[in-house]
Design a protein around this ligand. Structure first.
Ligand code: CU
Length: 178
């Protein structure tokens, strides 16, 4: 390699650099090339799945199972069971009388508690609400009547509709074990 070659090479290098830096006009003069913006799926920083599903578990204060196990039998007939309600803190409660059941069917109270039951016969036919040695009333279809009952010292006290006990139209006043 002689000096000439080196000189040419050096000039060529300078010329190349000069060309690059000396022609800025070419930049941006061409048609606006819409550079394809790589629109990759934007993953948000917080990509944790939304916990929008409803609470999986039941309410925390889920009542325990019925105090009186079902089915209930009163005077040898299987009762038409329409629920149990605790009334220990109440002076009165509502009870639906229907063709041919009481709802709620079982009232759970405290030993010796007195309770006013507001009976509402929403059925079409006559029914009675009868507790031995306490209450015996007849309600026409659509009639309302309030009665007072006393819970037993323990266990359960049956009540019936005298007309339809054979169809299981009955229920119980129950005292929860303590
Ligand atoms: Cu009846």
């Amino acid at each position: 390699m002689n000096r000439w070659t080196v000189a040419v090479s050096g000039l060529a290098l300078v010329a190349t650099l000069g060309a690059c830096g000396g022609s800025p006009s070419t930049v941006g003069s061409g048609p606006a090339t819409s550079a394809p913006t790589t629109s990759a799926p934007s993953t948000p920083p917080d990509a944790s799945p939304e916990t929008s599903s409803p609470p999986a578990s039941a309410p925390a204060s889920e009542p325990a199972g019925p105090v009186v196990p079902t089915p209930i039998t009163v005077q040898g007939n299987e009762v038409q069971y329409h629920g149990e309600q605790t009334v220990s803190e109440q002076a009165s409660t509502d009870m639906e009388v229907n063709d041919f059941f009481f709802s709620p069917t079982v009232l759970v109270g405290t030993a010796g508690q007195t309770l006013t039951i507001n009976l509402n016969n929403v059925g079409k036919v006559q029914h009675t609400f009868t507790v031995k040695d306490q209450v015996d009333v007849v309600l026409d279809g659509g009639a309302k009547m309030s009665v007072e009952v006393t819970f037993p010292k323990s266990g359960v006290l049956d009540y019936v509709c005298r007309f339809h006990i054979g169809s299981g139209m009955a229920g119980q006043l129950a005292v929860a074990d303590s």
